[in-house]
Structure formats: structure tokens, C-alpha cells
Design a protein around this ligand. Structure first.
Ligand code: IPE
Ligand code: IPE
Ligand code: MG
Length: 248
């Protein structure tokens, strides 16, 4: 029997997939467990998705793990998420290296507790020469934080004469974002049935294809990822042109 994976057209693989991993809390509640239980199982879905992307040949996978707004959750939940971050970084480091995956992180990382920050920097440094895929964790990240910082940095360059206001173009803005150097996501996946962006990569997803699934994140499997990619491959990306122009 033909598997889902075989239906993927390898020549039209998204180069960059971004994911809003949502629904851990509801997944746990469904089985009468604490929210933290859902986050713990979310790590398995991270591993499966990362592996599947690397195996296929996706070059960039960017995961929304903790938003600026998530700092407003109870300290119990925030602490549990932070503890999970350290253990995942420690436990998955070997797998990242075995699979030749480079770890990257974006966000207001200075807000992370010292031990999480250090574990993160260690893992990033330890995987920096890997070339198969870049896995970016968005931590203490929000798009408005990122854009505000970019505006401030550009203003600073104008002030010290490195750049003139009339020379600021879209490339200048892109270069000042935390994602500088990465291609924009081709495909954005959000789990859990919510259909919103929640302050994620607002500039970068200007032309991304959006894919929403009702599955809660801990239930998201490699097969679900394949389904999302197959759906993506049925879309016609017109970038403002007409269908006829694209087909020429
Ligand atoms: C996503 O799951 C993980 C994080 C935001 C850290 P949630 O914790 O938001 O789960 P729900 O949306 O409450 O079910
Ligand atoms: C978005 O999920 C952030 C992450 C997945 C890390 P949330 O669950 O925090 O989003 P909202 O607040 O419900 O939109
Ligand atoms: Mg949520």
C-alpha cells in the first residue's frame, strides 16, 4: 500500500516549515491530568516532527515553544515549562548531533532563567557545525517584540550614520529580524483547532501557506506532518500574479 510519505512530491518540498504547537493543556485536561502532563508529551511530538522534517530534507523547522505572552501564565506552569526545556535540551542533544541538526533559538532570550539560558547556549554551540537542517526554537518570542527591536536597531543605525532613511527597504527590515538569513516559511502549521497567529512571525509569513489541524499538539505525528505537506503541495502560490502567469 502506498504510504502518505510516498505521496509527497520531493521536488516541491517546503524549504521552511513553521509550527504553532498548540493544545498541550487541552490534551492533558481531556484525560483528567495537569497541563504539565500535556507539555511533557508535547516533547515527543517535537522529536517526531523534527525527525520527519530532517528525513524528508526540509531545511528549516521553526517551532513556537514559548511566547512573550506565555510569561503571564501561572508561575507553576512557567516553571514546569522551563524545567522541561532544560531536560529536553539535555536529552535531545545527542539525537540532534546524530541527525546533523543545528539548533538555533530566537526571542528575548535574556528573559530566560540563567540555567535555561546557559543550557540553550551550550546546545546551540554544540550543534553549530551541523548542516542537514536548522531547528529554531522560538522562546520568549513574539513578533511585535521582534519588530519593535528591529525598528529600534535601524533607528540606531540611522542615528550613527550607518544607513540613510531613504535607503531602508524590505531587505533592511528582514536583515534586522531575529530570523535574518533564513528564508520565509513556506508553510505554517497550527494544531489544536485555533485559527489565529498569536503574535508569531508576522512579517515572515506574509506569503506563507496556512494549515490548521484540530489535533492537539501531543497527538501530532509524522503522518500528520506528511498530510500537511501534501495539502501544501495542492496549493497554487501565486504571489499576486494570476494563475495563467504562474503556469507559463
Ligand atoms: C501550547 O499548548 C504550548 C504552549 C503555549 C507553551 P497550550 O499550553 O497553549 O495548550 P492549550 O492551548 O491550553 O490547550
Ligand atoms: C501560542 O499558543 C504560543 C505557543 C504555541 C508557544 P498560545 O496557546 O499561547 O496562544 P493563544 O494565547 O491561545 O492565542
Ligand atoms: Mg494554547
Amino acid at each position: 500500500m502506498e504510504s502518505l510519505k510516498d505521496k509527497i512530491i520531493m521536488e516541491r518540498l517546503p524549504q521552511h516549515i513553521a509550527v504553532i504547537m498548540d493544545g498541550n493543556g487541552r490534551w492533558a485536561k481531556q484525560q483528567g491530568r495537569m497541563r504539565v502532563f500535556g507539555h511533557q508529551h508535547g516533547v515527543d511530538a517535537v522529536r517526531a516532527t523534527t525527525e520527519a522534517c530532517a528525513e524528508l530534507g526540509v531545511k528549516y523547522l521553526t517551532l513556537y515553544a514559548f511566547s512573550t505572552e506565555n510569561w503571564n501564565r501561572s508561575s507553576m506552569e512557567v516553571d514546569a515549562l522551563m524545567a522541561l526545556l532544560t531536560s529536553a535540551l539535555k536529552n535531545e542533544l545527542k539525537t540532534l548531533n546524530d541527525n546533523n541538526i543545528r539548533l538555533n533559538a530566537i526571542g528575548d532570550l535574556k528573559r530566560l532563567p540563567k540555567s535555561q539560558y546557559e543550557a540553550l547556549m551550550y546546545a546551540i554551540d554544540n550543534t553549530k557545525n551541523n548542516t542537514r537542517m536548522t531547528l529554531t526554537l522560538c522562546l520568549s518570542y513574539s513578533s511585535r517584540w521582534e519588530l519593535t527591536k528591529a525598528v529600534r536597531d535601524i533607528a540606531e543605525e540611522v542615528k550613527n550614520g550607518t544607513i540613510r532613511p531613504e535607503d531602508i527597504d524590505e531587505t533592511t527590515v528582514s536583515r534586522h529580524l531575529a530570523t535574518a538569513g533564513m528564508p520565509d516559511p513556506d508553510l505554517l502549521i497550527r494544531t489544536s483547532g485555533e485559527e489565529r497567529i498569536s503574535n508569531y512571525l508576522l512579517w515572515q509569513i506574509a506569503y506563507s501557506e496556512l494549515y490548521f489541524t484540530k489535533k492537539f499538539w501531543p497527538d501530532f505525528t509524522k503522518e500528520d506532518l506528511y498530510e500537511a505537506i501534501i495539502d501544501y503541495q495542492t496549493r497554487e502560490r501565486r504571489f499576486g500574479k494570476t494563475s495563467e502567469q504562474i503556469k507559463k
